[in-house]
Design a protein around this ligand. Sequence first.
Ligand SMILES: *Cc1c(COP(=O)(O)O)cnc(C)c1O
Length: 238
Amino acid sequence: MTEKSSISIFDENYKRIEERIFEAAIKSGRKREDIILLAATKTVPANVINHAIQSGISYIGENRVQEFLSKEAELLDTAHRHFIGHLQSNKAKDIVGRVEMIQSVHSVKLAKIIGEISLKKDIVTDILLEINIGEEENKSGFFKDNVTEAIFEISKIKGICVKGIMSIPPICEKRAQLINNFEELYKLFIDIKAKKIDNINMDYLSMGMSGDFYEAILSGSNIIRLGTALFGQRDYNI
Ligand SMILES: *Cc1c(COP(=O)(O)O)cnc(C)c1O
């Protein structure tokens, strides 16, 4: 795909996506500004990401440490940068301090490591806890029934601040199943919020991707992460 066409693909998609987000926000009793549209930028070259930022995208999320580091210097610094991919403990040092939020914290161990590195850098890293709502073996994240216990432990870790939860629910053929997963996540989000645990804020519920962001917003999501819906089909999947 040429760069020019990637840019025109983005322009066409972005307008349509914005209308859908607006519609879903209103339908869920909220305002457009209440929903964060994060562009999932894996495999997208820096110049296309910068075009998206200049067009109004204010949050970007990368999946791979190496890929992020290779684009980092070229990226406009006006967008919030999040890390959304699977993070191995030994790679945490390369990402802490370079992004505003790590959305994909899947274990107490990783939370502790991020905390330790943050303390050394004299910063506090905002994180979301990743929930494996479908309890799928090939995915990481906390199981719904274990997360509360983990949260009490995580709340004591210095150097991090929990801002909410994120999830990549299983691919569902049935719409009802999809919505059921989103509703379970929303319920979990509300339940944790109600506990009012120190250092645990439930500001963000990050769920919804290209195929299901409309339903996710209706179920209460306030961060949607869109890749293909904005940038078109990726040449390869990571
Ligand atoms: C790739 C990715 C997305 C976006 O996926 P699309 O289906 O292309 O919108 C969202 N979240 C995470 C964690 C991703 O890795």
